[in-house]
Design a protein around this ligand. Structure first.
Ligand code: MG
Length: 178
């Protein structure tokens, strides 16, 4: 019996937390640490060329890896001005097109946010919906969870936020891999 050609991929990302940036995770803007310096509003978020959405970047890398398409840096280099400040869910949509061209569809996405703060539980269903929308799949196929590092290491000290993701791809019904 010929088994369907299923493919798995793994993704990991990390970005530094700095003042003067919005925090965007899973396409959700989380205004958790913010204030006024004189008349200038500030907030704390992840540093990067795009919106530095570590969760979405991890999902992109898992998708590209599963399809044998390299990684996010190869397709969306941080030296390219087209990607400066871009919402990473747009990059995820591009990854979906790349996967589809290879003849794959997404079975499911599982991801974990590594962050000491903020608590992400209130935002996770919105993150799942954003990721699912970008991938044109049902929200039930996307799972986002989170853990702290119990105060240890760079993430535990609040110096940055990381994310890991795995995906499973299957041949699309009408794709060349079916
Ligand atoms: Mg990144």
């Amino acid at each position: 019996m010929l088994l369907p050609l299923m493919r798995t991929g793994i993704g990991f990302d990390f970005h530094r937390l700095v003042a003067g940036r919005p925090l965007v995770l899973g396409g959700v803007h989380i205004a958790w640490e913010r204030g006024l310096l004189g008349h200038i509003a500030w907030e704390r978020g992840l540093l990067g060329h795009s919106d530095a959405d570590a969760l979405v970047h991890a999902v992109c890398d898992a998708l590209l890896g599963a399809a044998g398409l390299g990684d996010i840096g190869r397709h969306f280099p941080d030296t390219d001005p087209r990607f400066k400040g871009i919402a990473s869910v747009r990059l995820l949509e591009s990854c979906r097109r790349l996967i589809a061209e290879r003849g794959f569809s997404v079975v499911n996405v599982d991801a974990v946010i590594l962050a000491e703060a903020p608590r992400t539980a209130p935002y996770r269903s919105e993150m799942e919906a954003n990721i699912a929308r970008a991938l044109a799949i049902a929200t039930e196929r996307v799972n986002v969870k989170a853990t702290t590092m119990e105060g240890c290491g760079v993430i535990g000290r609040g110096e940055g936020i990381g994310a890991m993701a795995t995906v499973l791809l299957a041949p699309a019904d009408d794709g060349p891999c079916a």
